[in-house]
Design a protein around this ligand. Structure first.
Ligand SMILES: *Cc1c(COP(=O)(O)O)cnc(C)c1O
Length: 237
């Protein structure tokens, strides 16, 4: 099978699995978007995904996001998602790529995005607050107990528009544990959504990856970030 066909089939299979998971969770598949994580592959393979109909591309390293978004600039209507840790000195270029930032993991980064979007005269930058739901200390993300104080800061933020929460579950196989972590993110959203100042909201939940995206959808994910499963069966480049 050609790489084109393989990638198109993989993408379609992920969409089908995502839609089934949404139905199992009594949710509409329309409330859900699959972000294709392209960090493992070249711009050429990323374009094959675009040809297969995917419009949402995610990268975890700023430099790769800049490069790929530039190389695919001719492709209409692609949306870029920054899903990994973003250093403050890389904020300007990342915002200029028009990316949504899933990984706002500190007040300092949030202030840096606010300042950069103001300076660059951008429309409010859509972003998510990353929460450490696994409890692993080496992982990025705000602690759940920091969330109220961060929400208070948002009254001063007019160039960044927080739209929800992002989280990464522990790399475990235990379905109960994974569900508990996803549910903890949903519970935070439900607890704090009514406290959001104007211009901000807690609506989206970015959670779930190749190994656990169906569970995440059943537990309420609105954005899943799927990488390796899209490239199964594609030979190494
Ligand atoms: C790499 C990555 C993913 C995708 O992981 P897969 O297991 O390959 O689907 C999702 N989210 C983040 C933050 C990542 O860095």
């Amino acid at each position: 099978m050609s790489i084109e066909t393989q990638i198109a089939e993989n993408y379609q299979r992920i969409l089908d699995r995502a839609a089934s998971a949404a139905r199992r969770g009594q949710r509409s598949p329309d409330d859900l978007r699959v972000v294709a994580v392209t960090k493992y592959v070249s711009a050429e393979w990323t374009q094959l995904l675009a040809e297969a109909g995917c419009q949402d591309m995610g990268e975890s390293r700023p430099q790769q996001l800049w490069d790929k978004s530039q190389r695919l600039a001719h492709w209409p209507d692609l949306r870029w998602h920054m899903i990994g840790h973003l250093q403050r000195n890389k904020v300007d270029r990342t915002l200029l790529c028009g990316s949504k930032i899933h990984s706002v993991d500190s007040p300092r980064l949030m202030h840096a995005i606010e300042a950069a979007a103001c300076k660059l005269h951008l429309a409010p930058v859509s972003a998510l607050l990353e929460i450490n739901i696994s409890g692993e200390i080496q992982k990025h993300g705000l602690q759940p107990k920091e969330l109220p104080a961060v929400i208070d800061l948002l009254t001063e933020m007019h160039h960044v528009a927080i739209g929800g929460l992002m989280g990464m579950a522990s790399p475990v196989d235990d379905e109960r544990e994974l569900r508990a972590q996803f549910r903890s993110l949903r519970d935070l959203r439900d607890k704090y959504h009514s406290t959001m100042p104007p211009g901000h909201a807690l609506r989206e939940l970015s959670m779930g990856m190749s190994g656990d995206f169906e569970l995440a959808i059943e537990e309420g994910a609105t954005l899943v970030r799927v990488g390796s499963a899209l490239f199964e069966g594609c030979q190494e480049q």
